[in-house]
Design a protein around this ligand. Sequence first.
Ligand SMILES: O=C(O)CCC(=O)C(=O)O
Length: 295
Amino acid sequence: MHIADLFIEKIYRDKFAKQGYVVLPLLEKKEVDALLQFYEQIKSSAGVEKPFYTSIWSDDKAHRQTVNDTVNRILFPALQKKLLAIQPVFANFMVKGSGDNSALIPHQDWSFVEEPKHDSATVWCPLIDVNKTNGNLQVIPGSHLLNNYVRPRFADAPFREIEKAELKKLLVDIPMKAGEAIILNSRMIHASPNNTSNKHRIVASVVLAPQEATLFHWEYEQNDDKPLTKKYSIKDDFFYAYSCYETLSDLIPIETKSFAENLLTLEELKKIIGYNSVERKLKRALSHFLTHPTL
Ligand SMILES: O=C(O)CCC(=O)C(=O)O
């Protein structure tokens, strides 16, 4: 089952399947305010001193759990008005302080389900208006068509040999209002620029999977120079039970396999995403007339 098929409205089903993401209105103002108020209450317990951090990086399990439960309690019912038969994998705050080191490099998210039989998506919902000056999300449209279906923790990206400047040219900024959400396939390449404003950028986020899909987590390991993946069967408490930097030594993998990677060139990536530079330039030129670029 695929997330694209679970949108109630056809327009979102079609857009999500084609471009790998959609932007839609999600939260009411009172829900945005409730999340901001909750963030203010718990921010000091995160204990993460980085210009960009997400709650699952916190060493404090109680912090990870309370953020998961509270963010999920507000986001998930709102999402059930847009999508059928979904399950939350984990929920999170993603906070970007101001400064030159707050950018996030292009990456894909981990796999959470058996792909391509199923897929999963990240819901990213800013609690303040975002644009390219304060760390809006950037995506490479069409990059959900990449076929690296196992994306383990600690593994490097299959597009790591492409020059950073070239990769950046493929990114599209997604400016959004507080309470809107971008829902993106976990395979999408995404990033975010530095926050050059003097205000923290706070985002509430939840990863979604189809209800019928079993949740898994893959870990990358180098063994005698041979790359391996270990596959774990997980429950929805996994991402607050373990911080994202922990090795999972007390868990028993259900499968250990060698990890075969196919490193992408720029040309291969452009072909997969159906990159059309003329169309992209035209859309850029028109983009100030549009609330959301949809390329
Ligand atoms: O919050 C951000 O700026 C980036 C979020 C992100 O990379 C993610 O959701 O994986």
